[in-house]
Design a protein around this ligand. Structure first.
Ligand code: FA5
Length: 346
C-alpha cells in the first residue's frame, strides 16, 4: 500500500470518527464509540497496524499523522463525555427539583442503655466517695465463688445461689460479684481497699417480673484498720440519698450471708405520695436495696489479711432492682428485651 492511500484512509477515519461523535449525547453511547475507535481491536489499532505494510521511508510520516488523529479524536471524546455528564446532571436536577422548604428528615439519636446509665450514676457516686472501680471475671471457679467465701462443699448456704455449672468440673458462671472480693484482696493485700466491683451475674432461677437469670450487681469492699459498721451505715446512707434523694431514710435489718458477720439487709423508705408505694412495699413503706455486712474473718484470711490487724465491710446490690425502684419499672425482663419503646423512655 502506498503512503498516499494509507493517509487518505486515515483522514477518512478522522472525519468519520468526528461525525459519529457529534451525533452522540449520552454517556453509554459515547463509551461504545470509544471502544469502537480505541479498543484493542478498534479502528485506531487497525490503522496503526498498517504501518508495517508501508515502505520504510514512508512509515514515519504515516505514524505522525496517525498520532495526530489519535489526539484529535481523544480530545473530542473527552469534551463530548464531559458535556454529556453535565447535561445528565442538569437533567436530573430539573426532573426532581430540590424543595428547600421541605422539613428535613430527622436523624435518630442513639442513647445509652438504661442499665449502663444507672451503672455510671452508681460509679459516679462511689468515685466521689473515693472508691475505685475494679472489674473481675464472670466465669469463676468454685473456690472463689463459694469456698473462699466461707462456704465449703456441701455448705447449706450454697443453696441461696442456684448455679449455672459448666462442663468443666469446678468452673461456673458467678452467681454474685462477691468472689471479686477475694481477687481484689489477693491483688492488693496488705494495702487498704476501697473499691466497687461491678459486673454481670448468672443464676439458674425461674424468671419472674423481679428475677432474671442474668443481672448486674455492684459489690462494695472496704478494708483497713478500724473499719466499723458505722462506716458501712454512713456509706450506704450517703449512697442512697445521692441516688434517691436527700430526704431518704434507710433501715437496717439483720440477715445472714456466710461471708459477712454480722450480716444485714438494707431497706430504703418509699415516699408515701407515690401511688405505687403500697404495692411496691407491700404496705410496709420500706424496700430492700442490698445485702451487706462486716467481712467475715475467714474471708479476710483467705484474702491474705490478718483479721486482728484490719477489718472491713462489704455490700452487694442489684442495679436492675434499683432502677426499677427509681423509675417505677414493674418488669425486670424489660432490661434485656431490646424493645425500643421501653429503651427510648430513658
Ligand atoms: C448476694 O448476692 C450477696 N453476694 C450480696 C452481698 C455482698 C452480701 C457482700 C454481703 C456482702 P443476694 O442474693 O441477696 O446477695 O443478691 C444481692 C442483690 O442482687 C439483690 O438485692 C438483688 O438486688 C440482686 N439480685 C439477686 N438475684 C437477682 C435476680 N435473679 N435478678 C435480678 N437481681 C437479682
Amino acid at each position: 500500500m502506498s503512503e498516499l492511500n494509507a493517509t487518505a484512509e486515515l483522514l477518512e477515519l478522522e472525519k468519520r470518527g468526528l461525525q459519529e461523535l457529534q451525533a452522540l449525547t449520552d454517556e453509554p453511547a459515547l463509551r461504545a464509540w470509544h471502544t469502537k475507535y480505541f479498543g484493542d481491536k478498534g479502528e485506531m489499532a487497525g490503522a496503526l497496524r498498517k504501518v508495517g505494510t508501508l515502505p520504510p521511508t514512508e512509515r514515519k510520516g504515516y505514524g505522525q499523522e496517525a498520532n495526530r488523529i489519535k489526539q484529535v479524536l481523544t480530545d473530542a471524546y473527552d469534551q463530548a463525555l464531559a458535556k454529556a455528564k453535565e447535561n445528565a446532571l442538569l437533567a436530573s436536577l430539573s426532573e426532581s427539583p430540590l424543595d428547600v422548604s421541605l422539613p428535613g428528615r430527622p436523624t435518630r439519636h442513639g442513647r445509652v442503655h438504661i442499665a449502663t446509665r444507672i451503672m455510671r450514676e452508681i460509679y459516679g457516686i462511689f468515685s466521689d466517695m473515693g472508691f475505685q472501680i475494679h472489674r473481675t471475671r464472670e466465669v469463676e471457679d468454685d473456690l472463689n465463688n463459694f469456698e473462699y467465701l466461707n462456704m465449703p462443699p456441701h455448705h447449706p448456704a450454697r443453696d441461696m445461689w442456684d448455679t449455672f455449672h459448666t462442663t468443666t468440673p469446678g468452673v461456673l458462671l458467678r452467681t454474685h460479684t462477691s468472689p471479686g472480693q477475694i481477687h481484689v484482696m489477693r491483688e492488693f493485700c496488705p494495702q487498704p481497699i476501697r473499691a466497687v466491683l461491678p459486673g454481670m451475674c448468672y443464676r439458674y432461677e425461674a424468671i419472674t417480673t423481679r428475677s432474671e437469670i442474668q443481672f448486674q450487681q455492684v459489690e462494695g469492699l472496704v478494708i483497713g484498720p478500724n473499719v466499723t459498721m458505722a462506716d458501712l451505715k454512713g456509706t450506704i446512707t450517703a449512697f442512697a440519698r445521692r441516688l434517691f434523694g436527700q430526704e431518704r431514710q434507710i433501715r437496717i435489718r439483720s440477715s445472714y450471708f456466710p461471708f459477712t458477720e454480722p450480716s444485714i439487709e438494707v431497706d430504703i423508705d418509699w415516699p408515701k405520695e407515690d401511688p405505687n408505694a403500697d404495692r411496691l412495699t407491700k404496705g410496709t413503706g420500706w424496700l430492700e436495696i442490698m445485702g451487706a455486712g462486716m467481712v467475715h474473718p475467714t474471708v479476710l484470711r483467705n484474702g491474705g489479711y490478718d483479721p486482728d490487724q484490719v477489718s472491713g465491710f462489704a455490700f452487694g446490690m442489684g442495679p436492675q432492682r434499683i432502677t426499677m425502684l427509681k423509675y417505677a419499672i414493674d418488669d425486670i425482663r424489660e432490661f434485656w428485651k431490646n424493645d425500643l419503646r421501653f429503651l427510648q423512655q430513658f
